[in-house]
Write a new protein. Structure first.
Length: 449
């Protein structure tokens, strides 16, 4: 039952409860949580024997195979560069991808047909590790790709080798660099060179969840070929936690496991509809990939994982406030100036109908008039996505917010002090005193001159 009368203190307590909940049950970082050792098969005396076999037999053999295969690849690669033979270059990349996956003991099961289209197209897939690129490039033909600039062995291999087939590097922190790479991707796709493979999540996820797809790959005026990748995590954890493990360490980890089991689902090519925005197209493809790969579909922005830009943090904060204003404060008697547009109602209602499966959770608590936590969080992320892809809406929101604040402050400070209009806060008094002191110092200097 909702209380008949609710004050701001009730909602303040709910905000504290919601913040406390995050401390022991975080809904974001679980998308990037590695598998615990208890979840992997292997224990007791058999595990001890497996260590002896994996590290003293399999690992040395796989390293020798990888070194030998690398030598053959470099011969083929150098010959292709000298002759400027694109076909031989593509074959050398296909060969090297197969060398990589066989050195991991990979058992890859392909579902569907991988098509080489004669029209501008791009492949998109969920992202767990650099393994994704190797697994997809080892089947029929190799891909070009897009990656953030890295150091170490990964950066060396990408800059020295992969850029030769049209792969691109960029710095995420440099906006001009991102715009330049975006133009280069469009040029690459238009010329129909080596099929471009893009991971629109922009970061590695633990293959249990699917986070927000960035819209860049879906705004190229090209056919999108979705690919779903699902790893069987009974003998190893394919997730590459880049903050804890370097490329070389993760490479040795994969080589020292029993085998790598993975299912790859090549899905039907998709085109953007005439009345569909790029972000809507991205969400539609994401939902299909998540369904096929049995991933939990969430719309957290994966860029929050490392160092989210200030703009995105502000957007998330504004989304949180807007959801609170629209859904929680409507029935509060102490707030009567908030409105909820019919268009917003319809948009949220439609979004809920499409995402019923992620709204209700049995163990979730309720906040703000029996507002389920999962439902509140999902509405917040949906509002964040709406603001992110509608800059005009965000600009209007900021303007109205600034006007409201300035008007309220002006009315408050110009009213005579009485019981209804209390004395301005001590902090404001100090600011005014400091301003008067600075003005007085300026007058004294003028008189001295």
């Amino acid at each position: 039952m909702r209380s008949k009368k609710r004050t701001g203190l009730h909602d303040a307590i709910d905000f504290i409860r919601m913040g406390s909940r995050v401390l022991f049950k975080d809904d974001f970082t679980k998308c990037f949580k590695p598998i615990s050792p208890e979840e992997l098969n292997g224990s007791g005396i058999f595990y001890i024997f497996s260590i002896l076999i994996r590290y003293f037999l399999l690992l040395p053999c796989r390293i020798l195979w990888f070194i030998g295969g690398s030598g053959i690849f470099f011969i083929l690669f150098i010959r292709a560069v000298i002759k400027r033979d694109d076909t031989q270059m593509a074959n050398s990349f296909l060969f090297y991808s197969k060398v990589f996956v066989t050195s991991f003991g990979a058992k890859i099961k392909h579902h569907g047909i991988k098509r080489r289209l004669n029209v501008p197209h791009v492949f998109v897939a969920n992202h767990t590790s650099f393994l994704d690129f190797l697994v997809l490039s080892s089947h029929k033909f190799a891909h070009a790709s897009v990656a953030e600039a890295h150091g170490g062995l990964f950066g060396f291999l990408f800059k020295s080798i992969l850029t030769k087939n049209g792969s691109l590097l960029f710095k995420r922190s440099d906006k001009s660099d991102r715009n330049k790479v975006s133009a280069m991707i469009k040029e690459h796709v238009a010329k129909n060179k080596a099929s471009m493979l893009i991971f629109p999540e922009g970061t590695c996820v633990n293959n249990k969840y699917s986070v927000l797809y960035q819209k860049g790959a879906f705004d190229l005026d090209a056919v999108v070929c979705p690919v779903a990748i699902k790893y069987r995590k009974n003998l190893l954890d394919p997730y590459w936690n880049t903050s804890n493990h370097t490329f070389f360490v993760h490479l040795l980890y994969l080589m020292s496991r029993w085998k790598l089991d993975v299912d790859v689902y090549w899905m039907e090519p998709q085109r953007k509809r005439h009345d569909e925005a790029a972000c809507e197209f991205a969400l539609r493809v994401k939902k299909e990939i998540s369904s096929v790969a049995n991933l939990k579909d969430v719309i957290w922005n994966g860029y929050f994982k490392s160092a989210p830009v200030l703009k995105d943090r502000e957007l998330l904060k504004e989304a949180f406030i807007k959801v609170y204003n629209k859904h929680a404060t409507l029935e509060n008697e102490f707030i009567d100036s908030l409105t909820y547009l019919d268009g917003n109602k319809e948009r949220d209602r439609n979004w809920e109908n499409e995402n019923d499966e992620i709204i209700v959770h049995q163990d979730d608590e309720n906040y703000f008039y029996n507002f389920n936590y999962r439902r509140y969080l999902d509405h917040t992320l949906n509002e964040y996505l709406f603001l992110k892809n509608n800059p005009n809406e965000l600009e209007e929101w900021y303007k109205s917010k600034a006007r409201t604040f300035q008007t309220d402050q002006l009315l408050w400070l110009t009213q005579p002090i009485n019981d209804d209009n209390p004395t301005p806060c001590t902090c404001f008094k100090k600011c005014r005193k400091k301003e008067h002191r600075n003005q007085k110092k300026g007058f004294d200097k003028e008189e001295a001159n």
